[in-house]
Ligand binder design. Structure first.
Ligand SMILES: NC(=O)c1ccc[n+]([C@@H]2O[C@H](COP(=O)([O-])OP(=O)(O)OC[C@H]3O[C@@H](n4cnc5c(N)ncnc54)[C@H](O)[C@@H]3O)[C@@H](O)[C@H]2O)c1
Length: 327
């Protein structure tokens, strides 16, 4: 299948692009490089463009002969979304509307969308299933929820098939250590932990140790970026113009911040200085997926999301690329 991958030079998008190419699909990234990296994508597989540029997007869909779109392009920092909500609505919501318009005008009718567990908000449930109410607690989550509804409405009216994939915490790096997470600023726990292990950061801030969890720190469900990629591929193979599906992608197992630090200390053999800081507003105590729907429907299984594997792969990437792709 020919697939246009918006945001395909970013962390998750580039991992999916590589996975698709490795499985014989014909995939091309479309990315404005605002947060993505040229070096994350084979040179002949990148179109530099913005999803809000309708004519650029239409040309990309026509030129590549795309039959499906995987839509990763978004701004994805919770904290930043609180400070700059307009930027988030403009990029994520207006940008996604532009993607849908371009698909409609070029007759591309299959869409896989990167949604997020941030659309659920604070559920109070140990495991989060797709049927729980979605009450996001920050502008980032709300932009993603708005796009979910936009896709449902456009699909019903214009005959698109779609799959909404709500990821939990993407983590890890390619097993060969050549590709990994490189954000500036880096908002995610594991890269920050490993920057401490490398001596690039002195101390890790742990935001809150008074949550209602066994050790008081927040619990998250870490899914290896290559398992995310395999879930996208499994989804793509089932999608047709009538598909209307929503799946969580996670493992069903959560780790607290302190547990992640302890695993990282074991894997790296280095001690990681950390200090307790106040809670951040809008951080749910626990976000762990119920992934059974995806497993049952597609036979998908995470194969590299053991926390030790995630940390070991990420450690290899950080050691060999201490300055990310600029290394
Ligand atoms: N990383 C996670 O843990 C996680 C969890 C849940 C959902 N997601 C979603 O997955 C997707 C990818 O996340 P990521 O961590 O890889 O982020 P990322 O920032 O690494 O990748 C996003 C990519 O989109 C590109 N982009 C942004 N706006 C664009 C625009 N207007 N036009 C063209 N390209 C644009 C950026 O340059 C970047 O390459 C996002 O939609 C995010 O909301 C990520």
């Amino acid at each position: 299948m020919r697939i246009l991958v918006t945001g395909g030079a970013g962390y998750v998008g580039s991992a999916c692009l590589r996975y698709l190419l490795g499985h014989g699909e014909d995939a091309v990234a479309y990315d404005n490089l605002s947060a993505g990296h040229r070096a994350a994508v084979p040179a002949d597989r990148l179109i530099v463009g913005d999803i809000r540029d309708q004519s650029g997007l239409v040309s990309a869909l026509r030129d590549t002969g795309a039959q499906a779109v995987m839509h990763f392009a978004a701004l994805a920092y919770v904290g930043e979304s609180v400070i700059h909500p307009q930027r988030y609505y403009e990029n994520n919501v207006a940008g996604s509307l532009s993607v849908l318009q371009a698909m409609r005008s070029t007759g591309v009718s299959r869409l896989v969308f990167s949604s997020t567990c941030a659309t659920y908000g604070i559920t109070g449930h140990d495991l989060i299933s797709e049927s729980l109410p979605q009450e996001p607690v920050n502008p980032y989550g709300r932009t993603k929820l708005a796009v979910e509804w936009m896709i449902r409405d456009c699909a019903a009216a214009y005959g698109f098939g779609y799959t909404l994939l709500r990821y939990f915490n993407a983590a890890g790096a390619a097993a060969d250590g050549q590709h990994g997470e490189d954000h500036d600023p880096e908002p995610h726990l594991l890269p920050l932990v490993l920057q401490c292990a490398l001596g690039q950061k002195e101390t890790l801030q742990v935001y809150g140790n008074d949550y209602d969890t066994p050790d008081g720190t927040c619990i998250r469900d870490y899914i290896h970026v290559d398992d995310l990629a395999s879930a996208h591929w499994a989804t793509l193979q089932r999608i047709d113009s009538g598909t209307a599906q929503v799946y969580n992608i996670g493992t069903g197992t959560g780790y607290s911040v302190l547990e992640v630090i302890a695993v990282a200390e074991r894997v790296t053999g280095r001690s990681i200085e950390h200090k307790i800081a106040p809670r951040r507003p809008g951080d749910p105590a626990r976000l762990v997926a119920d992934p059974q729907k995806l497993i049952a429907a597609l036979g998908w299984q995470p194969t590299c999301s053991k926390i030790e594997t995630i940390v070991a792969n990420a450690w290899q990437w950080h050691q060999t690329h201490p300055h990310g792709y600029a290394s």
